[in-house]
Design a protein around this ligand. Structure first.
Ligand SMILES: Nc1ncnc2c1ncn2[C@@H]1O[C@H](COP(=O)(O)OP(=O)(O)OP(=O)(O)O)[C@@H](O)[C@H]1O
Ligand SMILES: [Mg+2]
Length: 234
């Protein structure tokens, strides 16, 4: 079934003369939770940007749910949580989510906004403008924003950045619940124990190449840490 699947074949990305990604083949099956590791500059964010249609590969093909990752029909099926919040500073938390709900053509954007504000524990701040939010609160609202359209694919680039301990634990539980509901998840993190625990598969990028890709079954955090140090070298 290709519906919830992600497929990269021979994906490369050059910025001028610099090669950020080289010949990456990757198959993420529907319902997989793939965690992508690798040193700074390895090309992880570049790969995620290609998969969510934010930048084009310079070679190869990237498909999400059977469609080219740039095709408009797949956009609404992808939820992205990254360093950019994609929130409007001069709108309130509620208005931001309502706006995205309207944009995605939801039947009841206000109800969805209210529900998600409860999920990320921001209901009490719903009428405050985003510009008054702390970094962690903005991140929590960004998580809610990514989930407005109940996407089939969830792409996360270091999503724990800025979250306090309580919010990080709550977010891990939310991610696990979404995964159990059948979402296909791709997460980038530098936190090896956390990433391995959440994953069904782990992959490592180094210098733009995929150098490791395995199912997590039986692969504990300690064992993977050893592999990571051997493969990624730092
Ligand atoms: N728009 C761009 N123009 C030029 N070079 C870029 C651009 N975006 C990324 N790069 C380069 O591509 C390489 C990979 O960057 P990328 O952001 O994908 O790394 P990363 O694995 O996400 O690293 P980190 O762990 O630091 O987030 C880096 O050397 C970076 O400088
Ligand atoms: Mg990155």
């Amino acid at each position: 079934m290709y519906k919830g699947r992600i497929e990269c074949s021979g994906v490369g990305k050059k910025y001028g003369d610099f090669t950020a990604l080289k010949n990456v083949d990757l198959l993420i099956e529907a319902g997989d939770f793939l965690v992508l590791f690798g040193p700074n500059g390895a090309g992880k964010t570049t790969l995620l940007k290609i998969l969510c249609g934010m930048t084009r590969p310079t070679s190869g093909v990237a498909k999400v749910g059977g469609a080219d990752s740039h095709s408009p029909e797949i956009r609404g099926k992808i939820g992205v949580i990254s360093h950019k919040s994609y929130l409007y500073d001069s709108l309130t938390a509620f208005e931001n989510l309502e706006f995205y709900g309207q944009m995605y053509g939801l039947e009841n954007p206000r109800a969805r906004a209210g529900e998600l504000l409860e999920t990320v524990e921001l209901a009490q701040r719903k009428d405050d403008m985003v510009r008054s939010f702390s970094r962690g609160m903005t991140q929590r609202l960004s998580i809610a924003r990514a989930l407005v359209a109940d996407p089939d694919f969830i792409f996360l680039d270091e999503p724990f950045t800025g979250l306090d301990h309580h919010s990080a634990v709550a977010f891990q539980a939310l991610l696990s619940a979404l995964h159990k509901r059948g979402k296909t998840v791709l997460m980038i993190t530098h936190d090896i124990p956390l990433g391995v625990a959440a994953s069904t598969r782990v992959a490592i990028l180094k210098n733009g190449r995929k150098v490791f890709d395995e199912k997590t079954d039986g692969l504990g955090g300690d064992k993977f840490m050893k592999t990571y140090l051997e493969v990624a070298g730092k």
